[in-house]
Design a protein around this ligand. Structure first.
Ligand code: 5AD
Ligand code: SF4
Length: 437
């Protein structure tokens, strides 16, 4: 019998992409196959993001495009999964008539049952958040490639005042170290050479047997010296010196830390409920630089949070220069309903001012990234080969430990090989070099 076809689209963070692989695994165990071609689909799942209003608007616009597929195939069912489903619940069914299923991030095991309901013509909803669901026993389908995600914990209890995540993803819970190490081993055996341990805040990793995140990271690093290990994301308040030393100790733990600062102003940090000060953050950065001198640093920044003054904004830019970030994700503040900030603080910075400040931050980061890349000219890096370069067949590309993209002339190398590349030139976004081994 021909299998029914599921088409999936994923928006938002790495965790969502990882979740979609879990959903893929559940559905392929229930007589579905994945299709890349939406026109062939019997079922469409959209794994959604609520982090900023713009993300939700994009998804709603995309949903409207699905109308024509329902016209062609009246039996087609559409499921809305993830954070938007959790945030808006049944309300979404009224707003988006096209949608047949609303499924929150802790309810994916229930998908086959929900689909059965949807197939009788009823709407199906499950948005119950769980205290213990980690999907630990489900082997995510992973797309071909040298890199893979491993989700190690779910949820967030930090309640940064601007952030919707604690409401859409619920309480923190961690997988046991054994299931994580087993998954890393299985992926390595299948040819994966780089895993990223994922969680909303990996430093809150807290397994029942008392294993800390630093210890977990070490266990995964010991799976094989040829397996690179990365992790995302850390909250600065929880990054321990023990963790920094663990990263320094193992060559296969990548020398790259994403440490979102959000703002360089103490007043903003307080309003954001980030639980650290500018000085404390800079001190952490200094510790990292001292213990891991070649560590790349990246960050997230929000421009135009409630009551942000020009001085606050300048303090953010000054901090960016002091750290000298290699990379940054930068956003305009977007008020999210029901968050602490939405209840307590006014979204009072003009769109125009937000836009201008964001642009200044982006321009500064471009310059910092370029300066950082210039410093790499003449250095030799170990590069994990990922792809034939997008621009030319004669070139290959990969990443170094610092997570920078390195392009070099193609030889006999293939995906998953490690090569030594000496950097000859750079742009803001890439290093270019020659193979030296
Ligand atoms: N507005 C703008 N950016 C936000 N982020 C989280 N919530 C908001 C919001 N309401 C950003 C933060 C976070 C990243 C994942 O998204 O910088 O670190
Ligand atoms: Fe949101 Fe803060 Fe949790 Fe990150 S740590 S998901 S910004 S509440």
């Amino acid at each position: 019998m021909e299998k029914r076809k599921l088409y999936m689209e994923t928006y938002g963070c790495q965790m969502n992409f990882s979740d979609s692989q879990i959903v893929g695994s559940i559905m392929t165990d229930h007589e579905f196959e994945i299709t890349e071609n939406i026109a062939d689909a019997d079922l469409i799942f959209v794994n959604t993001c609520s982090i900023r209003e713009h993300a939700e608007q994009r998804i709603r616009a995309r949903l409207r495009e699905f109308k024509r597929y329902k016209k062609i195939n009246p039996g087609l069912k559409i499921g809305l999964l993830g954070c938007m489903a959790e945030r808006l619940k049944e309300e979404l069914l009224e707003q988006e008539q096209l949608v047949d299923m609303i499924v929150g991030p802790d309810s994916y095991r229930d998908l086959p049952r929900l689909l059965n309901i949807a197939e009788t013509g009823q709407k199906a909803v499950n948005v119950i958040l769980s205290m213990d669901e980690t999907y630990a026993d489900i082997s995510p389908i992973h797309t071909k490639g040298v890199s893979s995600f491993i989700s190690i914990m779910r949820g967030c209890e930090n309640f940064c005042s601007y952030c919707v995540v604690p409401f859409t993803r619920g309480k923190e819970r961690s997988r046991t170290p054994q299931t994580i190490v087993e998954e890393a081993q299985r992926l390595f055996n299948e040819g994966v050479r780089e895993v990223t341990l994922l969680g909303q805040n990996v430093n809150s990793y807290n397994s029942e047997d008392g294993t800390s995140f630093a210890q977990l990271l070490e266990k995964v690093a010991l799976v094989n010296p040829l397996l690179r290990v990365r992790f995302a994301t850390s909250h600065p308040k929880d990054i321990s010196n023990d963790l920094i030393k663990t990263i320094a100790r193992h060559t296969n733990i990548c020398k790259s830390i994403h440490l979102p600062v959000q703002s360089g102003s103490d007043r903003m940090l307080k309003l954001m409920n980030r639980k650290y000060t500018r000085e404390w953050y800079l001190e952490k950065i200094n510790t990292i630089k001292r213990i891991i001198p070649d560590c790349a640093l990246s960050t997230d920044i929000i421009a135009g949070f409630s009551s942000e003054s020009e001085e606050d904004h300048i303090e953010t830019m000054e901090l960016m220069k002091m750290v000298g970030y290699d990379y940054a994700f930068m956003f305009k503040y977007s008020e999210r309903p029901n968050t602490l900030a939405a209840k307590k603080y006014k979204d009072d910075i003009d769109e125009e001012v937000k836009g201008r400040r964001l642009q200044e931050i982006i321009d500064l980061q471009q310059e910092l990234s370029y300066q950082s890349n210039l410093k790499d000219i003449g250095k030799t890096f170990e590069v994990l080969v990922e792809n034939i370069s997008k621009k030319s067949k004669e070139e290959m590309s990969g990443r170094n430990s610092q997570n920078k993209v390195v392009v070099f002339p193609a030889q006999h190398h293939k995906q998953g090989d490690y090569v030594q590349v000496e950097v000859i030139s750079c742009t803001t976004a890439t290093l270019r070099g020659k193979v030296v081994n």
